[in-house]
Write a protein that binds this ligand. Sequence first.
Ligand code: HEC
Ligand code: HEC
Length: 359
Amino acid sequence: MLIQATLKWSTTLLLACLLAACGGGGGSDGGTPSQPLTGAQLFSQADPAGNQFSCSTCHATSENAQGLDAQQLHRPAHSLLNATRRNAFYNGTFSEVIDAVNNCRVDWMDASPYVSDSNDWLALEEYLAGLSDSGDATEIAFNQVAAVSDFSAADISAGHDLFNQTCATCHGQNAAGTGLARTLVGSVLSAQQVANKVRNSGPTTSSYFTNLSGGNMPFWSEQRLSDQELVDIASYVESINGPQSFSCNASDHPKVGQVAMLSTLSHNVSGRVEIIDNCTIEVTEFNYDGGGPDVLFYGAPSSDYTQGGFAIGDIINGPMYNNDTLRLSLANAQQLDQLAGISVWCRDFSVSFGDGLFN
Ligand code: HEC
Ligand code: HEC
């Protein structure tokens, strides 16, 4: 008892000393004083108080005739080459470049606006002014437009190449994902949903844009992405997004291994149902008195077997089942997508004799 108490006390003392040492450790009071960032750093680094994007995520500093920058990427917004020499910004809304930049900081970077005489702004402004080839500085235009709705002329292979130039900046080559945005492989989005996102993405809190649908991803204007390019890209994303295809004789569907217990509603039905592989379902400890007409196993996407229900295997009424084991085959592996519940179903009367949900 005494020893324990002493130990406890000395541990507490030790901890207190350690904590004190940490707090005042090394005689420095909170790290090295921060060096002012250069304009180039401010352009290419995310703001520590904002989101993951920097100016350079969305703007090139020069582009070739195909709109590609030095990294062969096509950025969502216009190049800033010669931008400080434009007379107006954001389709004539701002006459000072700082106001355009601040709109980007708030809308696209979740960062606070620059104060005009701050070191950071002065350094960035100098950097932007240096991005000049003394060539054309006419104002640019960009229009936010509604998404196309006809995808019949899609060229998926062209869309794949375009994706790797335009969307890959954030979503990665072949949509594998980067630290800026997640992979688009495997999520179920239609070409239409993708196209809507590309044309409307952006914060609903924007004080400049009125038609944004939410999210940090910038929308693409018609000047930066044509409708045909969008059709191709969106169809490519749909093609890698579509429901994964599963085949029989494999066990890679996420529902494999799920179990449903059959309730007893009538005719003494009970049992345990397990999804064995992509196309096989095993019923064990199966009890059923064999009564009723036109009775068979039925799957459905919910516990309502009258909505989207489908037959699994043949009629089973007639014989009596007593702790039996049955194996049922699905018509194809895609049926598993629709299989949330299973019932011993009397099709003639739309009555369940016993059912359960998989989990
Ligand atoms: C997430 C994307 C994104 C980020 C990050 C971003 N911008 Fe923008 N920026 C846009 C979009 C979109 C527009 C308007 C469309 C266009 O330029 O094609 C725009 C417009 C501008 C314009 C006005 C162009 C004009 O002539 O009308 C300037 C200037 C600008 N941005 C500078 C910056 C600077 C500097 C930063 C970093 C502090 C920055 N932007 C960060 C997306 C972004
Ligand atoms: C500047 C970075 C950036 C670029 C470029 C970009 N995205 Fe995104 N995208 C994001 C971020 C971040 C999200 C998640 C937040 C959001 O929804 O805005 C996202 C989300 C999405 C989503 C929604 C995914 C879901 O599951 O809901 C789709 C679809 C999408 N992007 C498609 C594209 C396509 C197609 C392109 C090329 C035309 C593209 N993105 C270019 C950053 C980007």
